[in-house]
Design a protein around this ligand. Sequence first.
Ligand SMILES: Cc1cc2ncn([C@H]3O[C@H](COP(=O)(O)O)[C@@H](O)[C@H]3O)c2cc1C
Ligand SMILES: O=C(O)c1cccnc1
Length: 354
Amino acid sequence: MTDWLQQPIAAIDDEARVAARARQGVLTKPPGSLGRLEQLAEAFAGWQGRVVPALSDIDIVVFAADHGVAARGVSAFDPAVTGQMIANFAAGGAAICVLAQRRDARLSIVDLGAVAPPANYAGVIDARIAAGTADFTESPAMQVGELEQALQAGRERVSSSAQLFIGGEMGIGNTTAAAAILAGLTGAAPAEVVGRGTGIDSGGLARKQAVVAAGLDRHRPSWDGLDGPAKALAVLRCVGGFEIAGLTGAFVAAAQAGVPVLMDGFIASVAALCAREIAPDCGRWQLFGHCSAEAGHRYLLETLDAKPLLDLGMRLGEGSGAALALGVIGDALALHAGMATFAEAGVTSGGANA
Ligand SMILES: Cc1cc2ncn([C@H]3O[C@H](COP(=O)(O)O)[C@@H](O)[C@H]3O)c2cc1C
Ligand SMILES: O=C(O)c1cccnc1
C-alpha cells in the first residue's frame, strides 16, 4: 500500500538551470547583486526546464485533523477549534484565505479527521479517516492502515500540472505531534524542540515536554534499530498526526511528479523531514518559505540545511508563511524575465577590475 513512496523522484533540468545562471550574469546589474533572488530564478528554471520560468499555477492545500494527545492539555485551544476553522477556511475568513486570494493561488481544504467536523462540507474535501488520532501517550497515534490512508490522501491532492505546491495544516495539538516526530527522528531532546504553539503558558510548556518525552519512551521500541523509510513511517505512525502524514505523502508525490514544494513553518517542515527520510531525493524539490517563531524550527531548518526566505516572527501555520514568501518568489521571477541584458540596453558590462 505504501510501495508508491519508493517510486523515482523527478529529474531536474540542469541545462536550463545553467542557462538561467548565465542569463543572470548578463542582466543589467553587477553579477550576484540580486543575491538569493538569482538562485530562486535558477532553481525554478531547473524545475520547469526552461531558461525563463513562470509561476501562475499554484496549489495551496490545507490538511486538517485532530490529535488524541490534545486531551493532555498541550494546547492553548480546544480541539473543537479544528472543525470550526475548517468552516472558516471554507467561508474565506482564515489568514490563508486572504493570502491565497492575494497571490491568485488555488486553495483546497481537506478534512482528514476533525473531532467536531463542520456541519456541511461545501467547499471542503471530506477524506475523514477517524475522529482524530489516538493519544500517543497511551497507544500508537495511528493504525498502519490509517497511516497509509493519510499518506495516500496527500498524494491525491497533488496535481502534476501545478507549478508550485504549498502544504498547510490545521490541527489543535499538532505542534506536540510535530515535536515528537522531530525528536524521534533526530534524537533531539524534547526541551530543544517543544515550543508554545498557539501560546501555551509555562506550566503548559513543561506538561507538553513531559508528554513528548512519555510518548517517545513508550514508542521508541517500535523504531529502535530501524532507519530510513521504515523508521520514518514508524515514528509518523506512533506519534504523528493525520495532517502531518497527509503533508508527507503530498511532498513525496510532488517530488515524484516534478512539482516543487514551498514549505511553511514548523509542522510543514517536520513533514518535509519525514518526506526526505522516506525518499531522500525529494529534498531537491523543496524550498523553505519562512522561519517560524515556534521553538525547534530553527534547529529543524539547520538539520535540513534549509535557508528560509523570510523570518517575520510568524507562528500560525495554515501555509501562511509560505504564501507570504510567494511575493519574493514572484518578484525574483519577474526580475529574471523582465530585466534587460547589457547588450539589449547598451550598458557596458563590468569585468575590468572584477
Ligand atoms: C484559531 C486558530 C487558527 C489557527 N490556524 C493555524 N493554527 C495553528 O495552531 C495549531 C497548533 O498549535 P497547538 O499545537 O498549540 O494546538 C494548529 O492548528 C496550527 O495550524 C491555528 C490555531 C488557532 C487557535
Ligand atoms: O510554524 C508552524 O507551523 C506553527 C507554529 C505554531 C502553531 N502552528 C503552526
